[in-house]
Design a protein around this ligand. Structure first.
Ligand SMILES: CC(C)(COP(=O)(O)OP(=O)(O)OC[C@H]1O[C@@H](n2cnc3c(N)ncnc32)[C@H](O)[C@@H]1OP(=O)(O)O)[C@@H](O)C(=O)NCCC(=O)NCCS
Length: 170
């Protein structure tokens, strides 16, 4: 299995993760958003290269350091806000859920973010969990909630290298 940028050859129509808003995003908006550079989407495919097992999208953001837990701030730049990369959407095809693919997608996204941050600095990687179960999933992947915002979570780019090492992907 490998991830690659979403393209017309991928079968978006048959993708279903059980959350219509995420399916619709992939079907109707993801390619357009890649074209206009508002979000880049990557799909996980296997040998046939068409069937999408999962996907995620990445977008640039900035974060006010005041929103982060106090203990993390000494390890970040001393500016009021820092650059961040948002994993805006992430979903696994329902036929493949519960087999470690969600975690694999997160690790792939983190790997991509850390490589991009070497060229254009980004201090944090963010996710917005759509419900408490999604927040649990991201906690299991090593993310930490924002101060008082349990459905917005982050990992510092610095922590990412350690997480990828533990996951055996770098
Ligand atoms: C959430 C989702 C991405 C998880 O993908 P998955 O392939 O089923 O998850 P994995 O098998 O990789 O599980 C990874 C870890 O997260 C945990 N996890 C997975 N789904 C979970 C859930 N719904 N609630 C709590 N924990 C969950 C697993 O127990 C596992 O933890 P462990 O390794 O400590 O045992 C997938 O269920 C999905 O696409 N759901 C619909 C869309 C969605 O909710 N996206 C979330 C972004 S808003």
């Amino acid at each position: 299995m490998r991830t690659e940028p979403l393209a017309r050859k991928h079968d978006r129509a048959s993708f279903s993760c059980g959350v219509p808003a995420l399916d619709d995003y992939l079907k109707s908006y993801a390619l357009q958003n890649a074209k206009n550079h508002s979000a880049a989407t990557f799909v996980l495919v296997a040998d046939d290269s068409r069937t999408i097992r999962g996907f995620y999208s990445l977008t640039s953001r900035h974060v006010l350091l005041d929103e982060l837990p106090d203990e993390i701030r000494p390890r970040l730049p001393k500016y009021p806000e820092v650059g961040a990369t948002l994993i805006g959407r992430l979903a696994v095809n329902i036929a493949y859920q519960g087999q470690g693919i969600g975690r694999l997608l997160v690790m792939d996204a983190l790997d991509r973010c850390i490589r991009a941050a070497a060229e254009v600095a980004s201090a944090l990687i963010l996710v917005d969990a759509k419900d408490p179960a999604a927040a649990e999933f991201y906690l299991a992947c090593g993310f930490t909630p924002f101060k008082g915002i349990p459905d917005r979570l982050f990992i510092t780019t610095r922590q990412t290298a350690e997480i990828l090492k533990q996951a055996g992907t770098s």
